[in-house]
Structure formats: structure tokens, C-alpha cells
Ligand binder design. Sequence first.
Ligand SMILES: [Zn+2]
Length: 357
Amino acid sequence: MISCSTMSKVKKLSVILVCDTDPDRTRFGAKPLEGTSIPLSWRGVEEGIPDLLNRIEACFHHQAHVPKFTWCLRADEQMRLFYGSYEAFLTQHQPLLQRFKERDDELAWHHHYWRLHESSGEWYQECADKDWMKENFLKSFQALKACEEIKSLKTGWCYMDNDTMQWAKDVGLSAELSAMPYQYFCAPKNQQGLSYGSYDWAVTGDCPYSPSQNDYRVKDQSDSALESACGLREIPISVGRSPLLSWLEQGVMSLRRRRFPEFPIKSSPVSFKITFHPILFNLLWRDFERQIGLMEKPIFHAYFHPDELLRNIDFMTRSAYSIDHLIKNLQFIMKRAKKLDLQIEFQTAAEFREGCQ
Ligand SMILES: [Zn+2]
């Protein structure tokens, strides 16, 4: 007879699915804002997300654990300029938010540092004017907080620095979801010398951590038990590597670089999108599976955008990302977990954070 002490404990895999609720992007068929040429439509939110929730209910209702989501709601200066208030997303999508709440999903925050360049009319990612950034950050948060309890943040272009991380701690957020482990990105600059996006997580690892004050990308070595229990926790997006993918990526990049000599080089780990084509997803998952055994508290964190759920977009884009892929990838994860004797637990970011005492 096997005693309790010799019986192996079933290992748990926390699965966190995060959505950045952005408007539709051009390659996903964005339509112009009425009376302008600015591409600004929300079909991904209005059609894609309800479609996803219906599919999830239909495919997983018989499961003990139904996939749940952390919805990062857009609130920032760009929303205020387009719609008159930072919290416009919430006021415009009340029935959808109600549905999220009924599913016990989390309402979190998606904040971009988009700033309008007055003379050219172009939007760029502000990361130098800290006064402007801080005011924008605080006003957006206060507006959201007046409507909903917000515990988690995901930034636009995954941008963070020491100051922005401190602001997130100061307002009492408990989870930050932007880290892209081992990755660095800086988009080419436009004629005004401004960039549409950048991030630096080059020295960040895979595991959740309490960020250091001196370097937001790494663990605070003096992390006290109290901070560990109450403070903000960075929860990196899961990554996988594939020699085949890196080889293909380098080929595409060098072709592009011939046309755009300053095109940036992106490092080889790939952050998981749950909408990836299953072939790509499976290739990355093989590497991720090797990491699970090394994790003290195994976690799989993947993200997506609402427009990736749309059906009537062009064939190439639909082949890369789709709602069908998302469903297949979730089924694949469940199958693999069973095979590996892992107990899947779908959690929101805040639930995962609460379990990190
Ligand atoms: Zn975004």
C-alpha cells in the first residue's frame, strides 16, 4: 500500500489568458472613424469577443474548468481624444462587461502611451516626457477606478520603465502583465524622429517576480515577505523557442532589411499568442513544456487581440491568427496537460497574484 507521503502530488499548471482590448488594426480590416481617414473601428470587440465567448461555452461547458479571461480595457489619452473620456471603453461596452463579470473574468487595464504629434498629426509612443506620461497614467487610472476595481495592468507595446513600474506600484496595482522575456524591440523612427513603439525586457526571465526599484526587468533581491504578499508582481508572458522558426524569422528579416535597412532585429524567443496557428503553437509549446518541470509554480500566460478573432479578414492574416486556432490550442493544452499529469487551472491575473503569497 502506498502511504500519502509517498504518493506523488499532482502538479498544477495555472493558465492565464489575457486580451488587450484594442481597436481593429489595419491588416485586420480596420474601418475609418466616421468623417475621417483615421482607421478606428471595434469589430474585434463587438463581434469577435461575443463570438469567442459563445464558442468557449459550446466547446468547454462539459469541462470541470472552463477557460476564463483577463480583459485589459483600453483607457488612455488616445481614448479621451477620440471619445471624450478615458473610460469611454467601459461606458460604450456595458453589456459585454456584464457578460465578463457573469463569467468571473477579470476587468483589468490596457494603457497606451500614445501621444499625438500636433504638427504631423501622427501618433507615437511617448516614453521621454515623464510629466506627460505620469499625468496621463494617473488620470486614466482614476477614471477607470471610479467605474471598476482594477488590479492588473498590461501596457501598450508592452512598454515599461523604472518610473512607470513605480507608478503602477504607487496606485496599488497587484499584477503587471507586459513582460516579454528575453526580448527587446524598437520600431524605426519616423521623419520627426519619433517611434511608434518600443520595449526592453532583454534581461527578464520566465518566472513571475516582484520588480526591483533599480531595474523593473528583474526581481527585487531585497523582496521582503510583506512586499511579496502585498506588492505588485510582474507576470511575464510565456515564451517558446524553435530552431525552425528562428531560421525562418531570420530569413524574413534579412529580406526586409534589404528593403528597410533599419528594420529592427527581434530576438528569437517568441511570446505566446493563444490565437497562433496550431503548427506554430505546437512548435513553441514543445520548448515551453521543457520549462514546466523547472518552474516552482508552473504558469502559462498567453495573450491575444480582439481583431484576431474576426472571421471575414484576408486569408493570410486569418491563417496566422484565428478564433479556430484559439479553440484548437486550448484543446491541445488540455490534452498535453492530461498526458503530463498536470492539473490545469484557468485563472485571471489577479487570482494568480493572490495565490503568490
Ligand atoms: Zn494595445
